[in-house]
Ligand binder design. Structure first.
Ligand code: ADP
Length: 524
């Protein structure tokens, strides 16, 4: 049997502990436990208990004594028996006290008209026994039990309500589906994190607002369905709304295909009090379906473009009648080389991605000094893109990290290339480092096009690209960040993005500090 103490939120916990403590005190006990049970009397029948000045570790000993010793019954609800000083000490009584006076183990059965509630097992000095009125006066004892039972029923009820409430809160917080709750005037009173991710609105910004105004729903044809077709109003009116497909408009104007299910909480008189809307993102599901075909089209496009350029230039060069001067010849050869590099990178990324999927990414970890690595990558970037300016913000005495040099160079290069690629104007970038307890965090910031909250969730996945057609027109296959994440995670680090649409993005990754790391030297 596994024992756990009923965990409750503040008030319910206090109520029960105070009640159990007061009851034990009134019975002249010093320590004990109340075990919830709906059996007539079975000390071990439940795993829910409330301790009063009793060490949890000695609880099984006390309960097995209660099981083996004298047991209370409806005729004799309180039983007491003297225990040996050794047993008293095992049950947590101070050695001095256990030797000076005899200790009693008592069990009180607590029940009311509705049946058993549980049992109170406690320890008390035996000499107080004679002066304790309840033991002699059965009527007073029964009255006491009745009062205690009422209090306990109430406290247990509020405890189970608190538990239920925290279970519901956990479901609400961690649900992958968006959940929105409104009052009877259709004003938002709860907006869960999945809903925040889906719409881009924070809960604090939408509380009290009319829910239709926040979601701006459209029907599948894109027209406004009108308030009378609002899913919550319809369930208020007694209709069913299950898996209805609609389109909602996110904060950034993006239209999202969703499936909504509405439900309603009514008062005892049947009046609608709250409406609940479950919102499932369909675009995600559709996107996954489309992912395979996107993969083929992205890859073929990304392969075709450089091949076409190489072929074009190579044909010109191969023509016997082509009379090219040295400069023209050079520029064509450079273009061919660049396109071959692009092809090489894409094929390399594809191989990389398939190795990650097969779980065969090998890291060779050693102590790594980040500043020279960062400076090297930045130098190469500036040579490639002279118009780009980069500010370095690296604190002195940056601790060494445990990392695979080549892989971390790839991560940084990828983040810097993206920062340039997704900055419409001439890029100004910042590369900074920060030290935390166990890690060093490297960040690359740009003032580029930024990424919506919704896209931020996906861009680290394979073939996922953010934004509109404009950003998607930049070459890319949506593999860079997927590879970066796999590399960083293989180091035991994390990678994330903070970004505001049209203002810029900061990509950060963490690596374990050398003196804190306990990593093997080769990681698969
Ligand atoms: P690729 O750039 O090849 O498409 P990545 O995996 O490197 O693939 O990036 C995934 C997507 O994330 C990009 O398509 C782009 O939409 C978005 N992204 C990445 N970096 C940035 C950035 N610095 N600013 C804005 N969007 C970015």
């Amino acid at each position: 049997m596994s024992w756990f103490q009923g965990r409750q939120g503040g008030d319910a916990l206090d109520q029960l502990t105070i009640l159990v403590g007061s009851a034990i005190r009134l019975l002249h006990g010093d320590s004990g436990v109340f075990v919830v049970s709906n059996e007539a009397f079975d000390p071990q029948s439940s795993s829910e208990y409330t301790l009063y000045r009793l060490n949890e570790l000695v609880l099984p000993v006390l309960l097995s004594c209660a099981q083996e010793g004298m047991q209370p019954s409806s005729l004799q609800p309180l039983v007491a028996e003297i225990i040996t000083p050794e047993l008293a000490m095992r049950l947590g009584v101070e050695p001095g006290e256990a030797e000076q006076q005899e200790i009693e183990r008592c069990s009180l059965m607590v029940n009311d008209g509705a049946g058993p509630i549980g049992a109170l097992h406690f320890l008390r000095p035996a000499r107080r026994h004679e002066c304790f009125a309840f033991d002699g006066e059965e009527k007073t004892l029964r009255l006491f039990i009745a009062q205690l039972a009422t209090g306990l029923r109430f406290a247990l009820k509020s405890q189970s309500l608190v538990k239920e409430q925290s279970r519901l809160a956990a479901i609400f917080q961690h649900s992958a589906e968006g959940i929105l709750i409104v009052d009877n005037a259709l004003r938002i009173i709860n907006f869960n994190p999945a809903m925040e991710r889906l719409t881009g609105w924070r809960e604090s910004e939408v509380l009290g607002r009319f829910y239709f105004e926040v979601l701006r729903p459209k029907d599948r044809q894109g027209s406004d369905p009108g308030l009378q077709n609002s899913p919550i109003l319809q369930v208020f009116a007694g209709q069913e709304v299950i898996n209805r497909e609609m389109v909602i408009v996110a904060r950034d104007g993006q239209r999202i295909g969703v499936s909504v299910t509405a439900s309603c909480i009514r008062s005892t008189w049947g009046e609608p009090m709250n409406g609940i809307l479950n919102v499932r993102d369909l675009t995600r599901e559709r996107e996954q379906e489309e992912q395979r075909s996107t993969f083929i089209s992205v890859i073929s496009h990304e392969l075709q473009t450089p091949i076409a350029i190489i072929k074009g230039y190579a044909s010109t060069l191969a023509r016997t009648d082509a009379k090219l001067d040295a400069d023209a010849l050079h520029s064509r050869l450079v273009a061919i080389e660049e396109e071959a590099d692009r092809l090489n990178k894409l094929v390399g990324n594809l191989l990389y991605a398939s190795r990650i999927q097969a779980g065969g990414l090998q890291m060779e970890l050693s102590a790594l000094d980040l500043p020279p690595l960062i400076q090297g990558v930045v130098r190469r970037l500036k040579a490639k893109s002279p118009g780009v300016s980069v500010t370095l913000a690296i604190p002195p005495n940056l601790p060494t990290v445990v990392a695979d040099r080549e892989r971390i160079e790839e991560v940084l290069q990828n983040l810097l290339d993206n920062a340039v690629k997704y900055s419409p104007r001439l890029a100004h970038l910042t590369v900074s480092c920060r030290i935390t307890g166990d890690e060093v965090i490297v960040s690359v910031s740009d003032a580029g096009m930024g990424i919506s909250l919704r896209d931020q969730e996906q861009i680290f996945d394979r073939f996922q690209r953010a934004g509109d057609a404009h950003s998607r027109s930049a070459p890319g296959a949506g593999l860079g960040l997927y590879i970066c994440r796999a590399i960083v995670e293989a180091h035991g680090g994390r990678i994330w993005v903070e970004s505001t649409l049209r203002q810029g993005s900061t990509f950060s990754f963490s690596l374990p500090r050398e003196e804190k790391a306990h990593l093997p030297m080769v990681v698969f």
